[in-house]
Design a protein around this ligand. Structure first.
Ligand code: T4K
Length: 387
């Protein structure tokens, strides 16, 4: 619901509307409640709540089938999934990653005692720049983690060629890319493995959750052991493992969500198209494009603010926040500039000019099933009025 508020300071004339409830970027999409609750009843009746239960097995099979991949291993969240993938592939020393990604990509490495080496991105696609990635290789490098930022496929062929040339492992962080394709093959089939996030804020969620997908049987077997403390049957621990298990209720949410995925994508697409029509190019604001051939999920509406825009990116974000529209500056300021990283990576910024420039110009706008067409219009008007 929108309410007219009184003046909001110097920009009052430019900000006509304040929403009474916050308009979030990542409001969860909830599937058919009855179908979900029916599944929960089943879980309760069965008294099997976790530990590779039937719901998780069905969920894994559904994911694997949908992506056309041999193995989909459900995990409690995307971050733990990344950690398990990194351990299962024996990565050590240095691993090349973008700094322009959610902090979890680098955290997973550091948490395991590895060193993320940040390489710059392509300013157009926001994905890892293969040349920069290759230049960052040292004798200590053991792998590359490419990220399909915003669901747009990373430069898969080029990164695979670099990995092959230098004997490196290649993982993709596919947290944003569920349902997307690259040359008609689903994301989830590339590198040695790919890692998805099904966090509440993703267009497809399991409350918390994630999955590792791979076509490598041996790797999948190891990942499965690691997800469950390394247990191979009762009393028999044959791997160092952790507790990465997805629980049954999360799988129930996932199975339910899969049933309404096309509608969610359609709403995202509608919102995305509307933002583009109402906003694109005007007042120095450009909406990042998706290639329809890659089956985008349109879960992120990414606006880039040009230097010729009369208001800065941060001023526009402040304007939106004052309307209760909680637009985000993902992935500002870049991981290498975050407090937990900047001391250890003080010299890194010099190598990441595109990362810093992109991080300083992006606004991620609200979308998803709770964002109506009228809300999109109001947001666009506000952005255009702040000239
Ligand atoms: N790799 C990449 C490339 C990723 O983007 C992510 C996660 C990961 C790895 C790690 O996967 P997970 O371990 O998370 O499965 C959010 C999400 O927490 C995070 O999952 C996501 N990426 C990242 C891009 O966005 P925050 O800290 O910005 O989210 P937060 O908590 O501020 O939520 C966003 C908005 O959504 C808020 O304004 C409130 C709203 N919201 C949130 C939740 C949780 C709701 O309305 N309902 C909710 O239940 O990180």
């Amino acid at each position: 619901m929108q309410t007219r508020n009184g003046p909001l300071g110097p920009n009052a004339a430019a900000i006509p509307t304040r929403f009474s409830e916050p308009v979030h970027v990542g409001r969860p999409n909830i599937g058919d409640r009855r179908a979900f609750l029916r599944r929960v009843e089943e879980i309760l009746d069965r008294r099997w709540l976790s530990n590779n239960g039937p719901m998780v097995q069905e969920f894994e099979q559904s994911i694997a089938k949908r992506l056309g991949v041999r193995h989909a291993c459900a995990v409690c969240n995307g971050t733990v999934a990344l950690e398990i993938a990194i351990r299962a592939m024996n990565l050590q020393g240095e691993v090349i990653v973008p700094s322009y990604t959610f902090v979890a990509t680098a955290h997973a490495l550091r948490w395991l005692g590895l060193t993320p080496v940040f390489a710059d991105i392509d300013p157009i696609t926001h994905n890892l720049d293969p040349e920069a990635a290759e230049n960052a290789i040292t004798p200590r490098t053991t792998g590359i983690i490419g990220v399909h930022v915003w669901g747009r496929p990373a430069p898969i062929d080029a990164l695979q060629a670099i990995a092959d040339r230098h004997g490196l492992a290649l993982i993709f962080d596919a947290a944003h890319a569920f349902g997307c394709t690259f040359r008609d093959t689903s994301i989830g089939n590339f590198g040695r493995c790919e890692v998805f996030s099904f966090h509440a804020t993703k267009f497809f969620n399991t409350f918390e959750g994630g999955a590792i997908t791979t076509n490598d049987d041996a790797l999948a077997a190891r990942i499965r052991l690691m997800i469950n403390f390394g247990f191979s049957g009762y009393d028999n621990v044959i791997e160092e493992g952790t507790n990465g298990k997805m629980i049954e209720v999360c799988a129930a949410m996932g199975l339910t969500g899969l049933e309404s995925l096309p509608e969610v994508v359609a709403v995202n697409r509608r919102n995305y198209d509307q933002y583009r029509v109402e906003l694109d190019g005007r007042s120095g604001i450009r909406i990042l494009e998706y290639d329809p051939l890659t089956n985008p999920n349109y879960q992120y509406v990414v606006a880039e603010v040009d230097p010729n825009c009369p208001r800065s990116r941060d001023e526009l974000v402040a304007d939106l926040h004052s309307m209760n529209v909680l637009a985000r500056r993902y992935f500002w300021p870049g991981i290498h500039r975050m407090l937990a990283y900047r001391e250890a990576f003080a010299a890194t910024g010099a190598y990441l000019p595109q990362t810093e420039a992109v991080a300083d110009r992006v606004i991620v706008l609200p979308t998803g099933s709770t964002v109506t067409s009228s809300t999109v219009s109001t947001i666009c008007q506000a952005l255009l009025q702040t000239r």
